[in-house]
Design a protein around this ligand. Structure first.
Ligand code: GLN
Length: 487
């Protein structure tokens, strides 16, 4: 029999339901796994073993009383550290929030708890989720479980690595411009960015509010579907959350793509793309065609302007969202200052890292009088064009298929001196956020060096089901998800 940590979320859930194992035993197995691999992977910023232990004990008591809360009851999971956890320090990977212990849970945290999930800890991220490699964090780096000298992607690199390393069975991240899908692709796991509005943002530390969305990581599409069902749905605390009904995504996985039209945008064959990744996407399209789908070549003509528009919009929203960190209300407060202005300046100078400062300056500049029309308004216009590109595409296809990341995981430190090179890594994930669409990354063929790659499927707003279905059919046909890192 395989070790407990090797099971998928759905498998461990079944073992719990059949009383073959208790939640406390599952937690023991994961704590042992953490002891064995976490020193090398460093996916977590904080492990809450006491909290997890209490949740596992409560879960076992419920089971004994015949009162299970569903498929996540007793299952160890992790949360990206930009999701509030009551009583457990939450920093968003920033010194400015060091020591901040939230008085309340994010809605997604509450929903996981209500479903009986055992929250094992908070995972590493790029500071305030700004980045693509989990390197812009002042605490420590996270290693890619498939190649320890390489990045796990980002910004939800800790959540992706924790699932890939079999430390937890599922995890939540946030995706503003690719931060769930890209690290999923680089670590051979499944990552879903839901439609903007599908999941509540209440208690999610804001980066760029019109783009931020929380979503799940899992080893399989089913594992992601099970978590999405729990976190999705209307929340009175977030007026932008949708009240569209939440389907049973896992039950809706048919495994069939017969008759589905799969769009292949020619603009998603970008310069500098890894040849293996490009060839693998083409092969994937053929595989899906073999399963009964129809391939449709199409154009998303404004793709080339997406990156510039995104970095203006995201930075502008960030510059305003991060205004609240002033040394007065939360987190770091500078010492030895004489005036209020000095308090603001010194607290922020000490508390924020390089990349965050770069974004605040960029955003403040783009929003300032005189530049507003030239930059911010233009960026919003581009955003509308990108949304229209997709609306037209979805007139002739049901999903759009591409690579998730143009390249596999790179070496730690390799792109640190060149922020623009890092921004360019987001070219295939960002348009989806600008248009507010759902998108998933699912494991694709590894490179000859064994580095994971990801296949991205984008869908119509609120059509997570079709996106997951295509990924599910692909995963069943290819089984790349079965690969495990040698740790
Ligand atoms: N890499 C992108 C950025 O730095 C996306 C980050 C994200 O999705 N949170 O903005």
């Amino acid at each position: 029999m395989s070790a407990l940590y090797e099971l998928t979320l759905a498998e461990v859930s079944l073992a719990l339901a059949q009383r073959r194992v208790s939640a406390s035993e599952v937690l023991d197995a994961q704590v042992a796994r953490l002891g064995a691999v976490e020193p090398r992977v460093q996916a977590f910023l904080r492990i809450d073993e006491a909290g997890a232990r209490a949740a596992a004990t409560a879960s076992d008591a419920r089971r004994s009383a015949g009162q299970s809360l569903g498929p996540l009851d007793g299952v160890p999971v992790a949360l990206k550290d930009n999701l509030l956890t009551r009583g457990v320090e939450t920093t968003a990977g920033s010194r400015i929030l060091s020591g901040y212990v939230p008085p309340n849970d994010a809605t997604v945290t509450t929903r996981l708890k209500q479903a009986g999930a055992v929250i094992l800890g908070k995972t590493n991220l790029d500071e305030f989720a700004m980045g693509s490699s989990t390197e812009s964090c002042p605490f420590h780096l996270t290693q890619n479980p498939y190649a320890l000298d390489r990045v796990p992607g980002g910004s939800s690199g800790g959540s992706a690595a924790a699932v890939a390393a079999r430390e937890v069975f599922g995890a939540l991240g946030s995706d503003t411009g690719g931060s769930i899908r890209q690290p999923a692709a680089l670590t051979n796991v499944v990552g879903l960015k839901p439609t903007w509005g599908r999941v509540s943002r209440s208690g999610v530390i804001a980066y760029a509010s019109s783009l931020d969305q929380v979503g799940p990581f899992g080893r399989t599409v089913t594992d992601v579907a099970l978590q999405l069902k729990v976190i999705a749905g209307h929340d009175p605390a977030d007026s932008t959350s949708s009240d569209a009904p939440v389907p049973d995504y896992a039950a809706g996985l048919t495994g069939s793509v017969k008759g589905l039209r799969i769009g292949l945008p020619r603009e998603y064959e970008v310069a500098g793309m890894d040849p293996h990744v490009l060839a693998s996407v083409k092969a994937a399209a053929k595989t899906l065609q073999g399963l009964g789908a129809t391939l449709v070549e199409l154009s998303l003509p404004h793709t080339g302007a997406a990156l510039a528009a995104y970095y203006l919009i995201a930075s502008s929203e960030a510059s305003s969202n991060l205004g609240r960190y002033d040394g007065v209300r939360f987190g770091h407060r500078a010492e030895g200052v004489k005036t209020l202005r000095e308090l603001y300046v010194k607290s922020r100078s000490e508390g924020f890292g390089e990349e965050v400062k770069r974004r605040i300056m960029l955003g403040t500049f783009a929003l300032s009088a005189g530049y507003h029309d030239a930059y911010s308004v233009k960026a919003q216009q581009v955003r509308t064009l990108i949304r229209r590109d997709f609306e037209q595409a979805f007139g002739v296809c049901d999903v759009v298929l591409s690579a998730t990341s143009p390249v596999p995981a790179w070496k730690q430190g390799e792109k640190l001196d060149d922020p623009l090179a890092l921004y360019l890594m987001d070219v295939l994930t960002i348009p989806c956020n600008l248009a507010g669409l759902p998108g998933v990354s699912v494991p694709m063929a590894p490179t000859s060096a064994g580095l994971p790659t990801g296949l991205q499927v984008l869908g119509r707003p609120f059509d997570e089901q079709t996106v997951l279905n295509v990924a599910h059919a692909w995963e069943r046909e290819t089984s790349y998800f079965r690969r495990a890192p040698e740790l």
